[in-house]
Ligand binder design. Structure first.
Ligand code: SAM
Length: 193
């Protein structure tokens, strides 16, 4: 069984723990089709605990791709995770990967009504700085997760987890954790009051 079939089989069984175990898979090309960051249980715990600490109701993931990371987070934490993507035609076509959560396609530029302030925002391997700032400008909540490569990883995201450019609003780093030993990091930022 190839990796995608294995993940789909486990997804249907709702066996998120076994999907997490597949993080040892070596083949980057295949895994990147599914997700850029294959989390550990302690990575999911960090997100869950931080969301709970801030008394928030869930997570909105911007640029969630096929939503496998989001499904894992949802199953692990019990928190609702809402996924936003662009390019509806592609994601609804027969050529794309299966989706692991429902995908939503907001009209752009984003507006306040699509970003419930009682949810944290998540940007995992997001790659569009101006769009990131558009979302942040419309968000009235207090917690943003950024997942991306640390220095020396040889990969690039915009925003980067350590030097995000938020635009007009001010945010402080409150949590940081490496994704296993990948040189990718989860950074949580809280709004400065
Ligand atoms: C490198 S992929 C990361 C996908 C997924 N988060 C992951 O970690 O596997 C970046 C994703 O951001 C999406 N994206 C780019 N601009 C966007 C925007 N303005 N709003 C929502 N999603 C966007 C792309 O379609 C793409 O799926």
């Amino acid at each position: 069984m190839d990796l995608l079939d294995r993940v789909l089989f486990l997804f249907k069984q709702k066996d998120w723990r076994e999907v997490l175990e597949l993080n040892k898979v070596e083949c980057e090309v295949v895994t990147r089709k599914l997700l850029w960051v294959w989390p550990s249980e302690s990575n999911l715990k960090l997100i869950k605990n931080t969301v709970n600490e801030f008394g928030l109701n869930g997570v909105i993931s911007i640029g969630c791709g096929c939503g496998l990371f989001e499904w894992l987070l949802q199953e692990y934490s019990g928190l609702p995770v809402i996924g936003y993507e662009v390019n509806k035609e592609w994601w609804m076509s027969k050529y794309c990967n299966p989706h692991f959560i429902e995908l939503n396609f907001p009209s752009l530029p984003p507006t306040e009504d699509i970003l419930d302030p009682s949810y944290a925002l998540l940007f995992c391997y997001f790659n569009n700085g101006p769009a990131f700032r558009d979302y942040v400008n419309c968000y009235n909540g207090d917690l943003i997760f950024i997942i991306g490569p640390g220095e020396g990883a040889g990969r690039h995201t915009d925003p980067e987890p350590f030097k995000p450019e938020f635009g007009g609003s001010k945010w402080t780093l409150c949590e940081l954790q490496e994704v296993r030993d990948t040189k990718d990091f989860i950074a949580a930022y809280v709004r400065e009051k």
